[in-house]
Design a protein around this ligand. Structure first.
Ligand code: SF4
Length: 231
């Protein structure tokens, strides 16, 4: 379930019409609950709420209605990672799977490409620790599905803009080595990325391979590796 707008407003956003154009329709809390129940009825495995941060209070209220009407699916909190820990603490026991990005290791890069968000690295690190405290390491159940845990995504960007090595170093030093980490290769310039020459191209195979190798060398054991990008 996509929510309109985003607190980070990245210049390279692939979904910029939703995240920054505000595409979407107003819905009531009852409608929100009905949508969740519909997903359950048609056999979905979870409720995946995308860019939920600025609607977290409404989501909890909608969930309350849906749970009273029989919603039993796990809730996936699919976020850019720039979350205040005090808000996350309210979600303790509500969210089953946290699916955050860890987009930047460097404040200046976060500020440059994501609407001045120079607190991103420090805020996101605290958020990841709180998420891990709540739900722990993500491990599939016997049926192969994931019901609980922290699943981190990192988008490798051209010219080391996202600070991949420092992101990996931090995860390896502060979270269990079997923390799930999806190293994403699909970066492509979209929206306003062409205004920034250093990110106005796709990732190379060499850049992606370097990121994966670094994560392995750091001892991370639960890596979700994607296909290499075209060189
Ligand atoms: S955090 Fe994700 S959804 Fe939000 S603007 Fe950035 S790329 Fe788009």
């Amino acid at each position: 379930m996509f929510f309109s707008n985003c607190n980070l407003r990245c210049v390279f956003c692939i979904n910029w019409q939703i995240s920054q154009g505000g595409e979407g329709e107003p819905e009531s809390l009852r409608d929100l609950a009905a949508m969740m129940l519909h997903l359950q009825e048609i056999g979905c495995h979870n409720i995946n709420i995308v860019t939920p941060t600025h609607y977290s209070a409404h989501i909890v209220l909608g969930l309350d209605i849906a749970a009273a009407d029989g919603l039993r699916l796990p809730l996936v909190y699919n976020t850019c990672g720039w979350e205040r820990s005090e808000i996350l603490s309210v979600l303790d026991g509500v969210v089953d799977i946290y699916l955050p990005d860890f987009k930047y290791a460097d404040s200046a890069m976060a500020a440059k490409y994501s609407s001045g968000a120079d607190t991103y690295p420090e805020v996101t690190k605290a958020a990841l620790l709180e998420m891990h405290r709540q739900v722990g390491v993500a491990k599939p159940a016997a049926d192969g599905l994931m019901y609980r845990g922290l699943m981190i995504r990192h988008l490798v960007m051209p010219n080391r803009v996202s600070g991949t090595r420092r992101v990996i170093d931090w995860i390896a030093a502060n979270l269990p080595k079997d923390t799930y980490l999806n190293i994403m290769s699909q970066y492509r310039p979209m929206y306003r990325a062409f205004d920034y020459p250093e990110i106005a191209r796709r990732l190379t195979r060499a850049e992606y391979a370097e990121a994966v190798e670094y994560a392995r060398q750091a001892g991370l054991t639960n890596l979700d590796i994607q296909g290499v990008p075209p060189s």
